[in-house]
Design a protein around this ligand. Structure first.
Ligand SMILES: Nc1ncnc2c1ncn2[C@@H]1O[C@H](COP(=O)(O)OP(=O)(O)OP(=O)(O)O)[C@@H](O)[C@H]1O
Ligand SMILES: O=c1ccn([C@@H]2O[C@H](COP(=O)(O)O)[C@@H](O)[C@H]2O)c(=O)[nH]1
Length: 247
């Protein structure tokens, strides 16, 4: 059985039916996403490696009580989980700056959203079965974007952080002095830049066409960038945002 099908089956995404049966089932009953986007707000957070996504997410969590799900962190946790059959594969993909097969990442995100909702959080944004999520570093590839929006939850917005490669490289090399990340070294960073340009930029273009992008210059200081981030998020949550914005 091909590796992707095997992964899907193991993650309970797919029953071991024949290909023909699966194709028939898919055309006859298109399922609604698992989570209803009128209750669950999902904001994707994209930008080049080291653009400052995680830093901004941490601040948005404080002010707006989001649940922050970093796809990279979820993958690293799965990589380190004892008994994970994907650990070695994930390790290699991350080292090479490549995108792990989407079945794994989408399922990890779905599971994390479900687990968070089951915690029964309360307070701003979490009453009556509602919830708000920042999905950081995802979707990096078109298949992930389509799968998540169709099967998991239709996203509301993409926060898109931009700055130069020179700035990102400098930030990541500095972070690499203490992060312990196997991909914070010049060789891996260069690979991540090229995957970002070739594979993730088309995803960003897709959301631009859907008028769902808020582009934010992440070159200035953390606080300055945050002013823009918070303004955009405030407007989105107040229902005042429609179309792409540049902050
Ligand atoms: N606006 C900023 N000015 C200066 N340094 C920043 C800024 N934003 C983030 N940094 C620093 O740059 C490094 C990378 O930031 P961060 O981890 O937030 O980036 P990221 O986009 O999440 O990266 P990755 O995609 O690799 O996970 C961190 O060490 C962080 O402290
Ligand atoms: O959807 C995703 C997100 C991430 N990856 C892999 O993880 C690393 C690190 O991601 P960070 O967001 O920088 O923490 C990334 O380079 C990919 O190898 C992925 O495969 N799919």
């Amino acid at each position: 059985m091909p590796i992707l099908e095997k992964i899907a089956e193991k993650l309970h995404l797919k029953s071991p039916a024949s290909k023909e049966d699966s194709a028939k089932a898919e055309t006859s009953m298109k399922k609604a996403p698992v989570f209803d986007n009128s209750k669950i707000t999902v904001i994707f957070v994209l930008g080049g490696p080291g653009a400052g996504k995680g830093t901004q997410c941490a601040k948005l969590v404080e002010e707006f009580k989001f649940c922050h799900l970093s796809a990279g962190d979820l993958l690293r946790a799965e990589q380190n989980r004892e008994g994970s059959e994907y650990g070695a594969m994930i390790k290699q993909y991350i080292k090479d700056g490549q995108i792990v097969p989407m079945e794994v990442t989408v399922k990890l995100l779905e599971n994390a959203i479900k687990a968070t909702l089951e915690e029964g959080r309360s307070g701003e944004g979490w009453a009556d079965g509602k919830g708000r999520f920042l999905v950081d570093g995802f979707p990096r590839k078109m298949d992930q974007a389509l799968k998540f929006d169709e099967d998991v939850c239709l996203s509301s917005l993409v926060l898109f952080y931009t700055t130069s490669e020179e700035v990102m490289l400098k930030r990541l090399m500095k972070r690499g002095e203490t992060s312990g990340r196997e991909d914070d070294n010049e060789e891996s960073i260069k690979k991540r830049f090229s995957v970002y340009k070739e594979t993730t930029m088309p995803v960003i273009e897709r959301y631009k066409k859907l008028h769902k992008i808020a582009e934010i210059d992440s070159g200035p200081s953390v606080d300055k960038v945050y002013e823009h981030s918070a303004k955009v998020v405030r407007e989105l949550l107040a229902g005042k945002l429609s179309g792409n914005v540049t902050a």
